[in-house]
Design a protein around this ligand. Sequence first.
Ligand code: UT7
Length: 333
Amino acid sequence: MTKIRATITGIGAYVPDYILTNDELSKMVDTSDEWIMTRIGIKERRIIKEKGEGSSFVGSKAVKQLLKKTGTSPDEIDLLICATVTPDHQFPATANIISDKVGIKNAHSFDLNAGCSGFLYALDTASKFVEAGTHKKVIVVGAEKMSSIVDYHDRATCPIFGDGAGAVLLEPTTEDIGIVDSMLQSDGAGRIHLHQKAGGSVKPASHETVDAREHFIYQEGQPVFKWAVSKMADVSVEMMDRHGIAPDDLNWLVPHQANMRIIEATAKRMGIKREQVMINIQRYGNTTAATLPLCLWEWEDQLKKGDKLILATFGAGFTWGSIYIKWGYDGKK
Ligand code: UT7
């Protein structure tokens, strides 16, 4: 029997209009453009300023663009998975809300939380539905309003994160393209270094938790940095070895955009050049589950059918992984 693979057939994305610059941040906390550029590599990030809007605001705009670009009717979609750590509400799922906002009625939809690896995990999950032959058109959307959980009094975390969303359409193919392989891992012992202290069932929201600023991101930067460098590089190098991909054969590394130094260290371990790496952290910062589709969206016009891409992430959980894709089409849709 011919093997069915899932292939990406289109990309949509959306970033909010408001640009939060390093200079503006320097007026909020004791930091500087020089420190942020040297230690993280971020110049600016986008922030949702529209009142009463959450992650589904950016997510639905990304999905709408995706449907338009690919000429797909919402009725044709079988499944939508939303990767997010900043859902509109604890429940219902933001995926349900996005589907409603864009008019997807004949599908089931659910959220997936794997920290900054959310998009990668969701892509892997979605690909299994397509490979099984039960689902023909599946959307994966990474959507975040990180600004809703960033403490703008904490100079160690507030420069890092931004808001945004990106979405891809997955369809079946029997050609030698698509999602070839995935290697995903997690280790919950790492949760002590990166989490949100309150707002879940362990510590529901109370006056005390709000006073103690426990609804914001808690991050111990250095251990997270060390784990990220080693795990993202390990899993990417292993993927190259597994498929006999020499450094010069790889067209693109699509890395999670958390810190320029982590991206550079990963590329170095893989033996690839800067020109082979998609990097837009300068302009968007770390948009958590949206970093990978935002890269694919920006580089879409440079991609060619058959290009070899490795997507790699590391995030809260800890979660990490890599996916090997043979790209499915030439240029922008
Ligand atoms: O996507 C999820 C995964 N997250 C990550 O991948 C993040 C991983 N971690 C990192 O990217 C880095 O650890 C950070 C960017 C968070 C921090 O950079 P660092 O080079 O590890 O800095 P540090 O925490 O070791 O702090 C060094 C110094 C400290 O001052 P002292 O104690 O040496 O006087 C900090 O207080 O830098 C200070 N500092 C700052 N100074 C100016 C911390 N944040 C700032 C700031 N501006 N924004």
